[in-house]
Structure formats: structure tokens, C-alpha cells
Design a protein around this ligand. Structure first.
Ligand code: NAD
Length: 275
């Protein structure tokens, strides 16, 4: 019942389950991050735009877990895109987090109307060279955005963090990731909680004596995805990490594959978003 890891295309290992902290204010982030690290998590997903990097850093230090044992991700917000402004934004994130490196730095959205994601990617490559980010990747990128940054720089992102849950399984984009050797990270893995009272998932949960959240997280793990469920409640944070001591069987996975729905998207469509 040990946690599992995915090896990224740059050789670094990322814990397959991490804590997401979107919509978590600083003071709550301190307690949530500390609770997660005490429950065994070693992976935290924040972003500059979440406004809680100080709280995340404080929670990490309060836990007593060594910095080097934690996989920490943050993201460059859209208004900081561009080469120089990205270098500056990364410095500011590191300062707020109270650390001199992140394990993973992501471009939060391609924001194609700005026309700056390729310049932004060049800054991430520089930050990796300087050791300020150990791995670099993207979020919400489509195939054309991935192809473009790889063509422009020769550097392939380690992963693409995208909206993905059993009822929005993203098979097309996952195929693209397979072709390019990019790992897939699932955001809103629980469908922002909407999937927790799904009848099919409830049935599987009953069969295994597990909670719906644990069944969904297990589905991500067995699909080779990296998953960052969010909770601020210590008991749920712990529950969401107790997923390494059981397995879904073929019938469970087959039943869950039927939930996939092209209209399952909850968040903005990155192809048309104008923020
Ligand atoms: P999620 O799918 O993780 O769902 C979180 C909600 O599910 C919680 O607020 C809670 O209401 C409920 N929940 C969680 N565990 C539970 C449990 N054990 N029992 C009952 N209810 C439970 O939603 P999310 O926060 O949107 O996504 C997770 C993380 O993904 C975010 O915190 C963030 O780090 C990341 N994210 C990234 C992007 C991006 O653009 N890159 C966008 C959205 C989210």
C-alpha cells in the first residue's frame, strides 16, 4: 500500500496523487497542506493565481517534512506571459513559497489570443537551466499548442495538466500525449465533486467498501494519470490518499468507461477561452 509514481520524460519522478489547492485561501492552505503531508502526500499543486503560495509554503514548513521530499508545482498566470515577465513571475512565486526551486512549473493556460505562449515556454526552459524549476510543463494546451512549442524550441513539456474525470476522459488528447511522450495530469479529477453521487460509481464503491472519491481517484491511477484531488477537510484529505491498497477490476473499469461524455467538460474550453 505504498504510493505510486510516474516517471516523466525528463527522468524525474512525480507522486501519482497530489493535493490540489484551488479556491483555498492562505490560512486554510496552511492547514490543508500540513494535513496532506501528515497523511503521506508528497505532492502539492498550487498556482500564482490561487493567491495561496504563502500558505502552501508555510504548511510545508509546519509539517516538518523536508523540502526535498516534497514535489511542489506552481503555474505562471496568463497576465505574466512573455519571456521577461515570466522570469519575473517565477521569482515572485518562489519568494511567496519560501523556496528556491519548484519541482514543476507550468504555463497555466495557452491563452492563444495573447500570442505569447511560445515566448513563455522559452522562459520556462531558461528557469529549468537555472535550477529554479526541476521539470517544466503546460496546462490546458491543445495539440496545436503542444506541436508549436516543441517545433519552436525542441523541448517537449514533461506533462500537460488538463480537465479530466471519468465523464470527460479526454481520449483524443491522451493519444496526442502518447505520441509526444507527455504525461497527463488530471485537474478537477472528481468533477469538482459532481461525480461523487453518480450511481454507477456508488455501486462500485459499495462493492469494494470504499468511498466514491476513492473509486474515482483509483480510476485515474489505473489509467496512468497523475491526479490532484482537492479538499480542505483533513479527514477527506486522508481518505483521498488511502487508495494504494485496493484495485478496480476489469468490470469496474469497463462500467466507468461508459460514463465518458463529450459534453462532460465543466471548466472553460482552452481553445476558445479569452482570459
Ligand atoms: P476536484 O475535482 O478535486 O473536486 C474537489 C471537490 O470535491 C471539493 O471541493 C469537495 O467539495 C469534494 N471532495 C473532495 N474530496 C472529497 C471526499 N473525499 N468526499 C466528499 N467530497 C470530496 O476539483 P478541483 O479543485 O476543481 O480540482 C482539483 C485541483 O486541480 C485544483 O485544486 C487545482 O489544484 C487543479 N486545477 C487546475 C486547473 C488548471 O487550469 N490547471 C483548473 C482547475 C483545477
Amino acid at each position: 500500500s505504498e504510493q505510486t509514481f510516474i516517471t516523466l520524460n525528463d527522468g524525474h519522478k512525480i507522486p501519482q496523487v497530489g493535493l490540489g489547492v484551488w479556491q483555498t485561501p492562505n490560512d486554510t492552505a496552511v492547514t490543508a497542506v500540513k494535513a496532506a503531508l501528515e497523511a503521506g502526500y508528497r505532492h502539492i499543486d498550487t498556482a500564482a493565481i490561487y493567491g495561496n503560495e504563502e500558505g502552501v509554503g508555510e504548511g510545508m514548513r509546519a509539517s516538518g517534512v523536508l523540502r526535498d521530499d516534497i514535489f511542489l508545482t506552481t503555474k505562471i498566470w496568463n497576465d505574466a506571459q512573455g519571456y521577461d515577465s515570466t522570469l519575473k513571475a517565477a521569482e515572485q512565486s518562489l519568494k511567496r513559497l519560501g523556496t528556491d526551486y519548484v519541482d514543476l512549473l507550468l504555463i497555466h493556460w495557452p491563452s492563444p489570443h495573447r500570442g505569447l505562449y511560445s515566448e513563455t515556454w522559452k522562459a520556462l526552459i531558461q528557469l529549468r537551466k537555472e535550477g529554479k524549476a526541476r521539470s517544466i510543463g503546460v496546462s490546458n494546451f491543445g495539440e496545436q499548442h503542444l506541436d508549436r512549442i516543441i517545433a519552436d524550441t525542441g523541448v517537449t513539456p514533461a506533462l500537460n495538466q488538463i480537465e479530466l474525470h471519468p465523464d470527460f476522459a479526454q481520449h483524443e488528447l491522451r493519444k496526442v500525449h502518447g505520441r509526444l511522450d507527455i504525461s497527463t495530469q488530471s485537474w478537477s479529477p472528481l468533477g469538482q465533486g459532481q461525480l461523487l453521487d453518480n450511481a454507477a460509481i456508488g455501486k462500485i464503491a459499495g462493492k469494494h467498501g470504499r468511498t466514491p472519491a476513492q473509486i474515482i481517484i483509483r480510476w485515474h491511477i489505473q489509467n496512468g494519470l497523475i491526479v490532484i484531488p482537492k479538499s480542505v477537510t483533513p479527514s477527506r484529505i486522508a481518505e483521498n490518499f488511502k487508495v494504494f491498497d485496493f484495485q478496480l477490476d476489469e468490470a469496474d473499469l469497463e462500467a466507468m468507461s461508459k460514463l465518458d461524455n463529450p459534453d462532460g467538460r465543466i471548466g472553460p474550453n482552452p481553445m476558445t477561452a479569452t482570459f
